[in-house]
Design a binder for this molecule. Structure first.
Ligand SMILES: C[S@@+](CC[C@H](N)C(=O)[O-])C[C@H]1O[C@@H](n2cnc3c(N)ncnc32)[C@H](O)[C@@H]1O
Length: 445
């Protein structure tokens, strides 16, 4: 059966490639030299480089060379046609969907090579800003079956619902029968959700489903059915009962606010033993293991401060454990997340502030009252805040990041302001993807 190419909000999927090839593909034989930051193999080709998905260093492969890999014309994209001679670091992918599903990019790498590649992503980003000598801790690992949060996509065509993740570089859906990355109880909802969405979605319609494993049960947010009539709402309630889902919310589009539809049981996530009730769809570190590694790195390196600022604090992943040791000021842009943290904080020495830290970072004067600052921005990084920190006298800064490139940019800013990057912790909580988290420890000599 042909995969569908639907058009719907908020994630329209079509069978069109993202960029139309400028010329017809031609075949070539190349040898992979390294794996790049997005997980594609890289080979030299006619004075430039060609990116080849699903390859490892040493692979001799036949490829269909396509168009420029990016707007700057740095290299060419290609499709892998045939592995003529495999390189030494290959492994059998554990998932039947690997290659088609865009959720994972590197299941075909032998484990030691995979771990070295992840550390190399952090090292390479730091080297590009002249900080490649920073001492690097070993990679913290997250096992398969541990991811507690996922955003699935779903699409209904006739009597069938496709449910899974987008295919690689495509808006088409990979209809998943397994996912070794996710907690099994999270993926166990895929089949029941297909049944539910068959009755809730219109033909040709789609939605996204954000699923989070919380204390109390699974929390679901349906993003995208434009409207939900009374019968559909009732079906969601029955689904919650039948499948033991703790909370179900609905959000008409990406910019909307989730509306609770069924709330069967209290939900919480505990930070250092303190239960916080996340608003539907709130940010949470992707795995308990990843979160533990990040928190351990922060606590081990924050020193013994009296007053700490936790910037981009979210629900309090770092603020709560820090507040057991010091007075903490948690700053965050998302009002519902901050309200949840405030409500849970009780007797903790914790103050909170809602603030846009891109537009209005804490100034050097405001920072002067803190002995330590922790910051954990989204992928875009914290350019403005790093600039303000660079002009401050805060003795210790611990930066957490999910993007080595913006982490390195902000690290350079701090280094130019006189900070020394004394330790780097790479943390792998997005197993088999090209993502890696970083914790960097900065102090004034
Ligand atoms: C990577 S999350 C980290 C959250 C928290 N530290 C944690 O570990 O769970 C980034 C946080 O930054 C917040 N954020 C995004 N843009 C922001 C902005 N411009 N100003 C303040 N906070 C922002 C998000 O709401 C989110 O909570």
């Amino acid at each position: 059966m042909k995969r569908p190419a639907p058009k719907h909000r908020p994630s329209p999927r079509s069978s069109e490639p993202r960029t139309a090839p400028r010329t017809a593909p031609r075949t070539a034989e190349v040898i992979i030299a390294e794996v790049g930051a997005r997980g594609d193999g890289i080979a030299a080709f006619e004075g430039t480089k060609v990116f080849v998905p699903l390859t490892v260093p040493g692979d001799r492969v036949r490829v269909a060379v396509k168009d420029a890999a990016n707007a700057k014309g740095e290299g060419l994209r290609s499709d892998l046609l045939e592995i003529l001679e495999p390189g030494p670091g290959r492994a059998a992918p554990p998932c039947a969907h690997f290659g088609a599903c865009g959720g994972c990019t590197v299941q075909h790498m032998e484990d030691a090579a995979y771990a070295a590649w992840k550390v190399g992503l952090v090292q390479g980003a730091l080297a590009r800003v002249g900080l490649g000598d920073a001492p690097m801790e070993p990679l913290s690992r997250t096992p398969p079956g541990a991811r507690r949060r996922a955003r699935f996509a779903a699409l209904k065509r006739g009597r069938r619902v496709w449910f899974g993740f987008n295919e690689r570089l495509s808006h088409r859906l990979a209809d998943l029968t397994e996912c070794p990355v996710l907690l099994s109880r999270l993926f166990a909802l895929a089949e029941p959700l297909r049944g539910l969405l068959l009755s809730v979605l219109p033909d040709g319609g789609g939605c996204d489903v954000i699923a989070t494993d919380l204390e109390g049960g699974i929390d679901l947010v349906l993003v995208g059915p434009r409207s939900l009539d009374r019968a559909a709402r009732e079906r969601l309630v029955v689904f919650g009962e039948d499948c033991g889902v703790a909370r179900i919310s609905w959000q008409a589009d990406d910019r909307g606010t989730p509306e609770p539809i069924a709330h069967r049981r209290p939900v919480a996530v505990s930070f250092d033993g303190l239960p916080v009730t996340p608003p539907p769809g709130a940010f949470l570190q992707a795995s308990a293991e990843g979160e533990a590694a990040l928190v351990a790195a922060v606590l081990a390196n924050v020193g013994e401060p009296k007053r700490v600022a936790d910037l981009f604090a979210g629900l309090g992943t770092f603020a709560v454990p820090l507040a057991r040791r010091a007075a903490v000021h948690a700053v965050e842009g998302d009002a519902p997340a901050l309200a949840a943290l405030n409500k849970a904080a009780g007797a903790l020495r914790l103050t909170t502030e809602r603030r846009d830290l891109f537009e209005n970072p804490l100034t050097a004067k405001e920072l002067a009252r803190f002995d330590a600052v922790v910051f954990d921005p989204p992928r875009a990084g914290a350019a403005a805040q790093a600039q303000a920190l660079a002009g401050s006298k805060v003795p210790r800064v611990v930066a957490v990041s999910c993007n080595p490139a913006t982490f390195a940019r902000d690290a350079r800013t701090l280094a130019d302001g006189g900070y020394m990057l004394s330790r780097v912790y790479p943390v792998d909580q997005f197993l088999w993807s090209a993502h890696v988290e970083v914790v960097g420890v900065f102090s004034r000599p």
